[in-house]
Structures are given as structure tokens and as C-alpha cells.
Design a protein around this ligand. Structure first.
Ligand code: ASP
Ligand code: MG
Length: 406
């Protein structure tokens, strides 16, 4: 007997035909003893449509009511999929997040799972049923419906797999795995057979939009490998796990990502004194603005003046602008520039630790393409370069072909 969790995203259940196809596929692969949970998202663009409905009523965010609304999307798909299984001759039961035992905190719209009680799922397993669970939702202690943030069905799937100590957790999607770069940008992008949780998290942080990052964190926390694969083929996709099990070591770099949701703030002519960086970044932090790359450079040594450049998300620009202008009036910078025409390209790979050639190869690829690097930042497993946003595609391809020669 194996306990298997399979998650199908919105595009895989977008129409009644597709829902039937999902049910057929699950049944075709099911061994008689297998205990199966199928987690589904809302059909197609349902969640976006529900958000538009709310926007037609109000510009405000009503956390609780919004979750009440959004959670209905998944309730539609679970009911239909359960009916599809029964139509095809297999017993099945649908469960909302709370029926499946999910409790969350009270952070509406981005609730965190606080616990999962799988008793009811086991009851249904023992009655021979396939259990269809609504992704993306849970219930607070007080009994309010919550959602886990956009794309949260992945997190539901990994959490239920961890709670059941499942043998497999499979995420079915319209791409057939995790690629070394976004295939829409890099035609030569390669599918990875394996990637570690840390690399996947770093790729997500640096712009790759494949998996809901919290699902990967949960997988890592519980040691639950996640198999990302195609809804349309039987080929294995990519395993996200703690360590490599296959020798795919020829690729030190696992991914080249990009992020255009970046803005650059340059503060010029800041007095070179203790406490200045603290003042700027603590004021931004108090407004909940995440600062990413930071560079401080000595400009005119004898005048004790420095320049500082850092990046934030574009959505934070209006607020950051206000804060920086206020600081400017207090501290009298000689210049303040905010630019949104920048982008970040990054290489990610756990193997770069102790591999100094990686930074040189990255910069060399950009140099050969004639692309200027404005800011550089590194982590243990990544190197990021801030460049002109009009050069993103070129930059990603140049770096990718350096590390993944054809
Ligand atoms: N339906 C939700 C969304 O579109 C959750 C998900 O798809 O994972 O964000
Ligand atoms: Mg969706």
C-alpha cells in the first residue's frame, strides 16, 4: 500500500472535460491498495475572476470576506472531481480545507497552516475512497475560513502529504518540471531531474515562479520530497529534495533566474558617519519595505562622503519615495535617485560554494554581451547582478549558455 498525494492546478481542471481527464489519469495509475488524496485548485481563472468581482464592489481589502469569497473556487472543483471519480466507478469524497483537518492562524489572505488533523481522511481511506481536498484554504480556531495566499494549493498538497506521512507528493502542472531558466525567455532551458529545497527556494526568491515557496519550505521542514511533473505526460519531472540522488553534477549551476519587479534607489553624498545606514534602513524596515541588494561606496575620501545604492520591490516605490524624501530633508543628501528600469539576473546552485570560477563566468558572460552590471550581491548559493531592464532577455541567455553549453 502506498499513500499518495497528487495536486492538480487550476489549468488542469479548467473545464469539465479536463476534470474527467484528471480523474481518468488518477484511476489509471492507481494500484488497488493505494490510498490517494487529490488536491485541486479552482477551475482555470476562477480565483482571478472572484477577485475582479470583489474589486467591482470595493477598492478596500476585506480580509475575512475576501477569503470567504476566494475559498468558493476550490469548493466547486473538489465537488466536480469527486463526482467524476464516482462516474468512473470509484468511490470518492470531497473535503474543504477544514473538513480535511487544516487549521490556520488568522492572517486572512495569507494564512499560515498551524496544524493538520488527518483523522477524517484516514476514515475515508479506510472506507475505500479517494479523498479530494480543496487546496489553498483552512479554518481559524474561531471557525473563520482562510486562504493561504495565491498559488497556495501547492502548500496544501505538501502539508497533507507531510501530515499523512505519504510515500509520494506529486504536483501536476502544465510544465513538465523545473527548468534551468524560464523556457519562455531561454529556449534552450533544460529540465532538471533533481533540485534541492534550498536551490528551489533561492530560485523562487530570485524570480522563478514555479512553486509556491511555502510549499518548498514545508517539504524541507518535513523531509517530504516533491515531484513536479506534467499533467499531460507520464514522464517523470523534477524531484525537489534535500540531497541529490542521481549524478547530475555536471551542472554546478541549477538555474538562471530574473526578476523585473525591482527598483533602484541611489542616495548620493551621504555623510560617512556611524548610524546613517541604520537610520535609512530602520526607517524603511519600520514601513515594512524589504531592502534587497545594498552597496555602499566611498566617493570622496577626504570629504567623508559616501554613496549608497539599494534595491526594493517596485510596489514599494511610492512609499519608499516619501520616506527617502523626508530623510533627505533631515540629512541633506547631495542627490536622491529612484529608478524602475532595472532588473536582477541571478545564478543559483549549491555547488558554487567553494567554486570561485562561477562569479567570474557570470560576469564574463555579461561583459561579452556588453551588458553593464550596476550592483552585485551574493548569497551562499547565488550571485545576482542588477542590470538595465531592457537587457534582461539577452543577459539571461548569455549567462545560461555559459553554464549550460549546447
Ligand atoms: N486558486 C488559488 C490561486 O489561483 C490557489 C492555487 O491555484 O494554488 O491562487
Ligand atoms: Mg489558480
Amino acid at each position: 500500500m502506498a499513500v499518495i498525494v497528487k495536486k492538480f492546478g487550476g489549468s488542469s481542471v479548467a473545464t469539465p472535460d479536463k476534470i474527467m481527464a484528471v480523474a481518468r489519469r488518477v484511476l489509471r495509475e492507481k494500484k488497488p491498495d493505494d490510498k490517494i488524496v487529490v488536491v485541486v485548485s479552482a477551475m482555470g481563472d476562477t480565483t482571478d475572476d472572484l477577485i475582479s468581482l470583489a474589486k467591482a464592489i470595493t477598492d478596500k481589502t476585506y480580509g475575512r470576506e475576501m477569503d470567504m469569497l476566494l475559498a468558493t473556487g476550490e469548493q466547486v472543483s473538489i465537488a466536480l472531481l469527486a463526482m467524476a471519480f464516482v462516474e468512473l466507478g470509484h468511490e470518492a469524497v470531497s473535503m474543504t480545507g477544514f473538513q480535511a483537518g487544516f487549521t490556520t492562524n488568522e492572517m486572512f489572505n495569507k494564512a499560515k497552516i498551524t496544524g493538520i488533523n488527518t483523522d477524517r481522511i484516514w476514515e475515508e481511506f479506510n472506507a475505500g475512497k479517494i479523498v479530494v481536498v480543496a487546496g489553498f484554504q483552512g479554518l481559524t480556531q474561531r471557525g473563520d475560513i482562510t486562504t493561504l495566499g495565491r498559488g497556495g494549493s501547492d502548500t496544501t498538497a505538501v502539508a497533507v502529504a507531510a501530515g499523512l506521512k505519504a510515500d509520494h507528493c506529486e504536483i501536476y502542472t502544465d510544465v513538465d518540471g523545473i527548468y534551468s531558466s524560464d523556457p519562455r525567455v531561454v529556449p534552450d532551458a533544460r529540465r532538471m531531474k533533481e533540485i534541492t529545497y534550498n536551490e528551489m527556494l533561492e530560485m523562487a526568491r530570485l524570480g522563478a515562479g514555479v512553486m509556491h515557496p511555502r510549499s518548498v519550505e514545508l517539504g524541507k521542514h518535513y523531509g517530504m520530497p516533491i515531484h513536479v511533473r506534467s499533467t499531460f505526460t507520464n514522464e517523470p519531472g523534477t524531484f525537489i529534495r534535500e540531497e541529490y540522488t542521481m549524478e547530475e553534477k555536471e551542472f554546478v549551476i541549477r538555474g538562471v533566474t530574473h526578476d523585473t519587479n525591482v527598483a533602484k534607489i541611489a542616495v548620493l553624498g551621504v555623510p560617512d558617519q556611524p548610524g546613517i545606514a541604520y537610520k535609512i534602513f530602520s526607517t524603511l524596515a519600520a514601513a515594512n519595505i524589504d531592502v534587497d541588494m545594498i552597496v555602499q561606496s566611498v566617493r570622496v575620501m577626504d570629504k567623508h562622503i559616501i554613496d549608497m545604492v539599494f534595491t526594493i520591490a517596485q510596489g514599494d516605490v511610492p512609499q519608499a519615495k516619501k520616506i527617502m524624501e523626508k530623510l533627505n530633508s533631515q540629512m541633506d543628501f547631495s542627490g536622491l535617485k529612484i529608478e524602475e528600469n532595472v532588473a536582477k539576473v541571478s545564478v543559483v546552485g549549491a555547488g558554487m560554494l567553494g567554486n570561485p570560477g562561477i562569479a567570474a563566468a557570470t560576469f564574463g558572460a555579461l561583459a561579452d554581451a556588453g551588458i553593464n552590471i550596476e550592483v552585485i550581491s551574493t548569497s551562499e548559493i547565488s550571485i545576482s547582478c542588477l542590470i538595465d531592464s531592457s537587457k534582461v532577455k539577452e543577459a539571461v541567455n548569455a549567462i545560461h549558455s555559459r553554464f549550460f553549453p549546447a
